[in-house]
Structures are given as structure tokens and as C-alpha cells.
Design a protein around this ligand. Structure first.
Ligand code: CMP
Length: 140
């Protein structure tokens, strides 16, 4: 129950369809503050490293290929219970199971091209925020 940060990635399927603004509106409407944001193209190395925890999973190779297929927007979201709140705002990983009104229910194309990533724990949020941003880039 505290103010915390979480890492969000707007994925290539969403940037390709010009959905950054629509996704940011859902984030802000939920009360989360975008305190850092940049658009970039992940390198193969960066995507492999970021998703290292999934390296034994059958979808890892395709996931890395997809995440490097176009621009992404990486962002730090701040707010009360930001990690759990953003996971609610995103909806389930598989859009078929995502609750109505969530980002993935409205925008995701598939379980892989699911429009957004959000950290799954406060420990991972710290690691993931640090992967893309330095302390001075977070402007609350
Ligand atoms: P994300 O929150 O970025 O974390 C890992 C990603 O792997 C996940 O969202 C999906 O994009 C992808 N993913 C998870 N499960 C599968 C699956 N069964 N098949 C393909 N991609 C998956």
C-alpha cells in the first residue's frame, strides 16, 4: 500500500497501429503517472536480456523476434500500488482472458502481440526500470 514505480512497455503491435496515445489515456485514467517515457527500437541483445527469465520457454525466440520487429515505448509509471494496479489496467496476458475495458481486451492481437508489458513484482519493477532508465530520468 505505497507509492511505487513499475515498468511499462508499449509493444510493436501497438506502436504500429498508432495506439500509444490511447494506451497512455488508459494509464492516466487509472490514476497512474507517466514519470519517464522514451520510444526506441530494442536490439536483439537487449530483448534477449530483458526476457532472460523466459529463455527456456518455447515462445522465447519468437518473443525476441516480435519485440525487435518495430519501435516500443518504454515508460515508468508511478502511483499507489503501481505494480498491481497496472497489471489490472493491462488485463490478462492472453487477450482472450482479459477483462472488458482493459488494454489487452481492447487492443491486443494475440498472446504474443499483446500490446503492453508490465512488471510482475516490485523486485522485478526495480530491475526492469533500471534496465532502461537512470535515476535522473525519472521526473515525478
Ligand atoms: P509480457 O508481459 O511481456 O511477458 C512475457 C511475454 O511473453 C508475454 O507478455 C507475452 O507477450 C509472451 N508470452 C507469454 N506466454 C506466451 C505464449 N504461450 N505464447 C507466446 N507468447 C507468450
Amino acid at each position: 500500500m505505497s507509492n511505487e514505480c513499475t515498468l511499462s512497455i508499449i509493444k510493436p503491435d501497438a506502436t504500429r497501429r498508432n495506439l500509444t496515445g490511447a494506451i497512455n489515456k488508459k494509464i492516466e485514467d487509472a490514476g497512474l503517472h507517466i514519470v519517464a517515457q522514451k520510444r526506441l527500437r530494442l536490439t536483439d541483445d537487449q530483448a534477449k536480456k530483458f526476457y532472460d527469465v523466459h529463455k527456456e520457454r518455447p515462445f522465447y525466440k519468437d518473443l525476441v523476434k516480435f519485440m525487435t520487429s518495430g519501435p516500443v515505448v518504454v515508460q515508468v509509471l508511478e502511483g499507489k500500488d503501481a505494480v498491481a494496479l497496472y497489471r489490472k489496467v493491462m488485463g490478462a496476458t492472453n487477450p482472450a482472458n482479459a477483462e472488458a475495458g482493459t488494454i489487452r481486451a481492447e487492443f491486443a492481437e494475440s498472446i504474443e502481440a499483446n500490446s503492453v508489458h508490465g512488471s510482475d513484482s516490485t523486485d522485478n519493477a526495480k530491475r526492469e526500470v533500471g534496465f532502461f532508465f537512470s535515476e535522473t530520468e525519472l521526473v515525478g
